[in-house]
Every structure is written in structure tokens, then in C-alpha cells.
Design a protein around this ligand. Sequence first.
Ligand code: ADP
Ligand code: MG
Length: 568
Amino acid sequence: MDDVTGAQLIAESLKAQKVEYMFGIVGVPIIEVAMAAQAAGIKYIGMRNEQAACYAASATGYLTGRPGACLVVSGPGLIHALGGMANANVNCWPVVVIGGSSDQNQETAGAFQEFPQVEACRLYSKFSARPSSLEAIPSVIEKAVRTSMYGRPGACYVDIAGDMVNAKVDRSQVRVVSCCPSPPVSLADHSAITEAVSVLKAAKRPLIIIGKGAAYGRAETSLREFVEMSGLPFLPTPMGKGVLPDDHPNCVAAARSRALLQADVVLLLGARLNWMLHFGQPPRFDPDVKILQVDLCPEEMGNNVRPAVALLGDINAIVTQLLEGVHKDGWKYPSDAEWWGTLKDKIAANAKISKAMALQSTVPMNYYTVFHHVSQLLPQDCIIVSEGANTMDIGRTMLNNYLPRHRLDAGTFGTMGVGLGFAIAAAAVERSENRNQRIVCVEGDSAFGFSGMEVETMCRYNLPVVIIVVNNNGIYSGVDPETWKEMEKMGDLTTIAPPVTLLPEARYDEVMTAFGGRGYLVRTVEELRNALQQSLSDWEKPSLLNVLIDPSSDRKQQEFPWLTRSNL
Ligand code: ADP
Ligand code: MG
């Protein structure tokens, strides 16, 4: 007899489905699962909180197109992972969560950490199931992996009864399930393509919006050809940045509000018309704008705005179809069109305002000064992870991306706390693919706090992530140390300290040095440049730059009052 345990079946099934990374926190009953995963050749990264583990697993899904696995214990372990599942599902990123749970004969008996896990995960996933026998494990895992990738990607959950982990079965009794192929690709209906091409050609003020669906769908090559052949302006969404480089001559990101407001035809490539795109509606869009909506999810078509043409299918395939249609008669949108003039004027005016703020050399620094110098020093091929309110919003406009899937941020769910998990995932993928690209994690001080203990994970695995904490002593804004001292004298801080404040000048850099990484306290431009240069030249250890900025530093004046909210 050739016996195999439940733990081995889980690990071997994941490996058979080409799941290469597992992030988790072990405990009873799943320690053996992590060990079996390593034995099967899966890279196991032990994290400090299940939420961060699940963020990391989903980020490998986005970066590689194949889900990462997240391994958690029962009850509280699984509940912590729900945040990560929700984030993955809302972002449309594939992830497979494996949760240990109570023994089969103890269900509903009040067992240790017992919880209705399969039911709990339904709301946060596309698929949630508990194999009823050891023999069923390979097919349930194949289904979870396949479901996480096919159609609209998302989270899947597999529940493992605790007593199954070490139970054994004769291998010959277990049906082998081979690796599921990449998702099948579908093309848009031919007549829809013809119609879309004629609407595009008739547009006076056309605009392409590139979303993270285009990044996930690896549409960069076809899209570059389409943009350059058609001569159309494009605007990336936050994680659509880098599908085409931010410094591409057709990129109109610096005139975003103007472009959205005045476009008469929008080719929407893998982005939802949700809050991030102002629902596609006035006052941010022309009420009569014609949307050419490209998405692989039919239910998405018509959300908030009825599209002029719905192009259902894979972005990469559809862009190729559109390219044929547009290029057939050599059509190109004229580079001397009035629309291009409008957009370019706006881009030049905005650049002037940002530059003036960036060149301020007062101490403490403002956001614009910090990002100006950071952007000068970052290598073009680095992966930028970013979160925080002002830090993420201002950073997005000033830190360019030049390569697809090289920006990871709070995403559609606006989740704070994702940064360190994403950075760990990106560093693990980089290392195993030998690409030698830097991972730079630009965090607000508040955002950093949600998963700050993951610096220990970075130090333990020698992941040379560079963390820049843009520290304004609070959430949105804080107070300076003197003001804080005054408040301490005035009375009970729990009744008078503004809820947005955090400890002024907290030494986040020492959190990194505590675990053997490099920490830098930064107040001036010179210190910032030196610390960043040193961090970027160190490939052995992670670094953390604690950049103290003016706690009242804010965003530049916005043209429209509705632009003052943090999400814009
Ligand atoms: P963004 O954050 O950039 O606005 P969203 O996450 O809102 O992007 O939207 C991404 C969209 O892309 C989703 O509606 C998803 O269904 C779609 N999508 C993902 N992959 C593909 C693909 N390969 N082809 C077409 N659509 C895709
Ligand atoms: Mg802050």
C-alpha cells in the first residue's frame, strides 16, 4: 500500500494546479499542510496576520495569473483572512484560501475554534466548499483553482476538516486531476466590433480608459499597438498605470478631470464604472458620453451607464479585433485635433503647479517635495506598492509606472493595510523569477500601522523591500510634537486628542531595525536622497525610511470642489 495523508493530498493537488506560493500562519490543525506544501515544492511564506497573508496570496494571483494559496487555522484564523478574501474578490484577483476546521465528528458540538466557515466564506468568494472525503480533495482543489481564474477572477475557499489532515488513504484510491489550463479566451461579437469602430471613428473627443482588467489580462502589447496606430489619448486607472508607460505621449493622466468631463466617446478597457470612475456620470462625465465597454463579465455591462456598444470577451483579443477594424482603411485620429490641444494645455498648466510645490525646500517637507525626489531616484522597472490617503493619491500622480502590473495599491475596495503583504508577495515573485526589480512600498503612517509587524516577515526571509513611510503623524493629518505636548497637559487625551492623530514623530524606522533591517529617520531632502540611494543599493536586507513631513501638508488646490475628497 502507498498511503497518502490529507495534508499531502492538499499540497500535491495545489502543486498539480500550478499553485506556486502559499502564505499563511500555521497552528493546529494545519501545520502538516504547510510542511507538505514545502515538500511538494510550493514556496511557503509564514506571515504574522492572516489578513496580510491573504493580501499577499491574492497579489501573487494578480502578478502571475495563477492564484496564490492562503493557509489559515480554524475560527479566528479564517475570520482574519476574510478581509483578504473580500479585497481579492472586489479587486477581481484570483486566490485560494485553505482553512483548517473542526473534526468531522465534532460539527456543531462546540469544538475548539468551531465556526460555520464554508457559510462565512460564501459572501467573500465565488466558491466555498468542504471536501467530504480524502478522495474528493484533488477535484475540489482543481475546482477552486479553476473557479478563481475563470470568468471574472476572485477568491475561492476550501475547508479542511481537522481530522482529515493526518488521515490516510491508499493512493490508488485517489483519482488524479490534471492541471486546469489557463482560462479560455473569447472574442467579441463581430457586429459589435464593427459598430464600436464606427463610433470611435466618428468621435470628436475620444478617450481610452485603461483599467486593471487590461493589466490582469496582459493586453499591453496589443494595446500599445492600438494606441499608437489609432493616435487616441488614454488615461489609466490607478492600477491600469504602467500597462502603457505613464510618460507615453498619448497619456493624458495629468489632465484627468478635463479628459473625463469632455470626452464624447470612451473606450473602457477593463475598468468598472464604480466610484473610482465617478459612476461614469455627471458632474464628472458628459451626460451624453458614449461608452464602448470591454469586459469579460456580462453582468458588468450597463452598470451605472448603458454602453453604446458592449464588447464581451477578453481585452487582449478584443483590442486586436478593434485594431484590425480601425486600421483597415489606415484611419488615425488627427494629432492636430482641437481635443489634443485642450488636453495638452491642461497637462502643461497642471505640471507647472506641481513643480512649484515640489521645489519647495522648507523643513518639514511637504508631500510634493518628497515624491519629487523619490521619483527622481526610483528605477523605472521597480514595482511600486502604495497606500494611505494623501500618500497614495499624491504619489499616484507623481510616481510614474513604466511597466504593466508594477503598481499595487488599496484598489477597488480602498483597503488600507494591504501594502506590506503585497510587497512581500511581489518580492517573493521577483526572487523566484530572477528579475531583480526593486519593490518599493510607499506608505502613509496610518496605513503602515495596519500590517506593520510584517516587517519581521521581510527581515526573516531577507526580502529587500524598500519601505518609505510618509509620516504626517496621523490619518489624513496630524499634529506636531509641541502641540501634542500641550494637549497632554490640557487633560485626558482620550477626550481631547483629535481622532485622526497618531503619536507625533513615531519611530517606525526602529521597528525595522528591531528585526535587523535598515532604518532611516529622514527630515530633509538631503537625508531623503541619501537614505533612498543607500536602500536601493542594498539587495540583502529590507529598509524603512521614516520620512517626517509637515503634519498639515495637504494636496494642492483643486479646480473642482468635489476633488477634495481623498479618493480622487
Ligand atoms: P480599475 O480598478 O482599473 O477601475 P476594475 O477592477 O474596476 O478596474 O475593473 C476590472 C474589470 O476588468 C472587471 O470588470 C473585470 O471583469 C475585467 N477583466 C478582468 N480581466 C479581463 C480580461 N482578460 N478581459 C476583459 N475584462 C477583464
Ligand atoms: Mg498619515
